[in-house]
Ligand binder design. Structure first.
Ligand code: GLY
Length: 352
């Protein structure tokens, strides 16, 4: 069930709202400086973060003990996790402590995995500092690391106690990183919120960056799509698979090339799967074209940087592939999609 609480209206007119995911995790929208002191439990807090966050928010970090990891997808490994476990042991971190991940999706994925496995699990929460992190990675309780470039091969489903989403923190994001998060917002719209898709479709990247109210509203709408689905299927035995729209091709692109970040690969993957849905007679061509145009308008490239044959090979090795079949998420309309189990040869036939 999802609860919306209109908690505080500050004189600055910043509205703090929250919603609950899977009855365990609270997503809070508002200013981090106001929310964090209220949400942190009274115990020893250890922060996991990275150098970019230290540069931007040193004043916030220095209130806590903190551990920094490297930056970029290549640090999302068991080696990084092992380094943190060892540091925790040196520091005497035990189950009475609280782990706070402050950063983008890589930091929160690693911090969540460390917290859910160290000493069989510590309480944890996140301050999500990127658009992609706020609308996808930090919400829903999936955490984990990559193995040999295959994404999220090891991980758990453990909900953070809270996630703070402060859109003010998105102001300092480089344009490329901001754009990457927009791919997940478009994805959320295609899955279950036509109005969200149309808002983005008719906006420019600049207007979405500059208009805080507009940004707030699309971030909340995208998180609601996700929270709603996670609420019904926390452990991905069915409907949650929809959240992987565009991700089958995206993960393959990321495995085969380092040219694109996750959001850029999701944009291509979403366009590819939309055209595939047209070939399968599930989606009107005009709607696939709208999806492609919306991605282009945001400044995304819409074709893969590697040949399809290579992508199909990587898809066959995807962790979701069983006996050469995979659950594919196919848009059937803007705001609706369906999950279909397809053999890799069938997928290959539709991409020719
Ligand atoms: N990013 C997809 C999910 O959380 O299920």
């Amino acid at each position: 069930m999802i609860y919306f609480c209109y908690a505080i209206i500050k004189p600055t007119t910043v509205i703090t709202e929250s919603l609950k995911v899977a009855d365990k995790s609270e997503i809070h929208f508002g200013r981090v400086t106001e929310l964090l002191p209220r949400l942190l439990p009274e115990c020893r807090v250890v922060v996991i973060t990275d150098a970019n966050i230290d540069r931007r928010y040193h004043a916030l970090l220095q209130r806590y003990e903190y551990i920094m990891i490297g930056t970029g997808e290549t640090v999302k490994t068991l080696h990084t996790v092992d380094t943190i476990y060892r540091r925790f042991i040196e520091m005497g971190i035990d189950r009475s402590c609280f782990v706070l991940g402050i950063g983008g999706g890589i930091v929160t994925d690693v911090a969540g995995f460390v917290a859910s496995t160290y000493m069989r699990g510590l309480r944890f929460g996140f301050v999500s500092t990127t658009l992609l992190g706020q609308v996808d990675a930090s919400v829903g309780g999936k955490n984990g690391v990559n193995i040999d470039g295959y994404k999220n091969m090891v991980g758990t489903f453990t909900q953070p106690q809270f996630v703070i989403c402060d859109v003010e923190m998105l102001r300092t994001l480089p344009e490329r990183e901001f754009r990457a998060g927009m791919a997940e917002i478009v994805k959320a719209g295609i899955i279950a919120d036509r109005e969200l898709f149309e808002t983005v479709e008719h906006s420019t990247l600049e207007s979405l960056r500059e208009d805080e109210r507009l940004l707030d509203s699309i971030v909340m709408a995208a998180i609601k799509v996700k929270a709603d689905i996670v609420d019904r299927d926390e452990r991905e035995s069915g409907e949650r698979r929809k959240l992987n729209l565009g991700h089958t091709f995206a993960h393959a692109i990321e495995k085969c090339s380092s040219e694109m970040n996750h959001g850029e690969a999701v944009a291509v993957g979403t366009v590819m799967i939309s055209h595939m849905a047209v070939k399968l007679g599930l989606l009107q061509a005009e709607k696939a074209d709208r999806i492609e145009r919306a991605m282009e308008r945001l400044g995304f490239r819409t074709s893969a940087p590697v040949e399809t044959k290579k992508l199909l090979k990587a898809i066959a090795k995807d962790k979701k592939s069983v006996a050469d079949s995979i659950y594919l998420v196919l848009p059937i309309d803007i705001g609706h999609c369906e999950v279909r189990k397809m053999h890799i040869d069938e997928i290959a036939a539709c991409t020719e």
